[in-house]
Ligand binder design. Structure first.
Ligand code: PMV
Length: 318
């Protein structure tokens, strides 16, 4: 009988470019993967060994890992998949906690292990989406879509209205060609969680349906214009980012520190920039025309980033 071999599976992190918050109300979203990977090393274990998931370099408490293994086993059972005993070791270059999709990347590599080599991407994405429910009670499917499909993709939900969150529904994904540019991205600590920020926007919408609805609609149209413009220039891409940032600030999800960071990046030569993800701190990105400007922007922005934060550059064509 052949001896099962060690296997390494990897998936990238992601950056949401447009559509945050508006996506909760059914508008489209657009994101891109970043060249920072999470890896899963699978070492076969004896038939009586339990399935083990370990995170030697990541801040994951062992109890959470154990709970997640139970969740993973339940998903596998419900799919009729037999999990072979193994020790699964997870390592990652993806900055944790900044909205760069480390949990989605973890779900993607595990979904690929569950689904097997012959599985199509949609099957892997669906399984990753199911696993992502462990980390985010009602994921939209965007993060796992990006980490599974890789590259730049737009996501559309069926019609305007809350998408099928917490269900098995996935949005539809369309591959998008972004203009050649360098993105400087990073993150600062968050003052509020995604859940709190989404709830704050819902509260604002309940007390001011017209004003909030208008902002969400405009965020939706900016994203739609970027998706539909095949010949989008770097300048248009950057202007769309800055316009979305103004709307997100109006929505109340930016912070004084984010605004300072964004100002610093623009002053250093970025053509545009915005927060990425839920806001309240967290991730941001700038659109830069070339490496030289990107380096200047990264240096200027780094001065405002605490040691626990991150700054990295990403080519839209990498
Ligand atoms: O918290 P993040 O960075 O994963 O982004 C959340 C994006 C929101 O639109 C605010 C919420 C969502 O589920 O779409």
């Amino acid at each position: 009988m052949p001896v099962p071999k060690q296997r390494q599976l990897t998936a990238p992190g992601k950056l949401l470019l447009f559509g945050e918050h508006a996506a909760v109300y059914g508008y489209p979203a657009l994101g891109v993967t970043i060249p920072r990977n999470l890896s899963l090393l699978a070492e076969p274990a004896g038939p009586s060994s339990p399935l083990e998931l370990v995170f030697p370099t990541l801040p994951v408490p062992p109890e959470t890992a154990e709970e997640f293994v139970k969740y993973l086993e339940a998903v596998a059972t419900s799919e009729g998949i037999q999990l072979s005993p193994a020790r699964l070791t997870v390592t990652s270059e993806i900055p944790v906690g900044g909205g760069f999709g480390s949990s989605a990347a973890l779900c993607t590599v595990l979904a690929r292990r569950l689904a097997g080599d012959a599985a199509d991407l949609h099957t892997v994405w669906m399984l990753a989406h199911r696993l992502e429910h462990f980390f985010h009670g009602t994921p939209s499917g965007i993060d796992t879509g990006l980490t599974t499909l890789t590259g730049a993709h737009a996501f559309r939900f069926s019609g305007i209205g809350p998408p099928g969150r917490g269900t098995e529904t996935l949005p539809t994904a369309v591959s998008v060609q972004l203009p050649e540019s360098i993105l400087v991205t990073g993150s600062i600590p968050r003052t509020r969680s995604t859940r709190e920020l989404v709830a704050a926007v819902a509260g604002r919408r309940a007390s001011d349906p017209e004003g909030t609805g208008k902002i969400l609609r405009k965020l939706g149209s900016i994203c739609e214009e970027v998706i539909q413009n095949d010949g989008l220039s770097v300048g248009e891409f950057a202007a769309a980012a800055s316009a979305a940032q103004r709307l997100l600030a109006e929505l109340g999800v930016s912070t004084a520190t984010l605004e300072t960071v964004i100002r610093a990046g623009i002053d250093a030569g970025a053509l545009g920039g915005k927060l990425s993800g839920a806001g309240g701190g967290g991730a941001f990105y700038f659109v830069c025309p070339d490496e030289k400007v990107a380096q200047r922007v990264a240096t200027a922005v780094s001065r405002h980033i605490p040691d626990s934060g991150t700054v990295l550059t990403v080519s839209t064509r990498s």
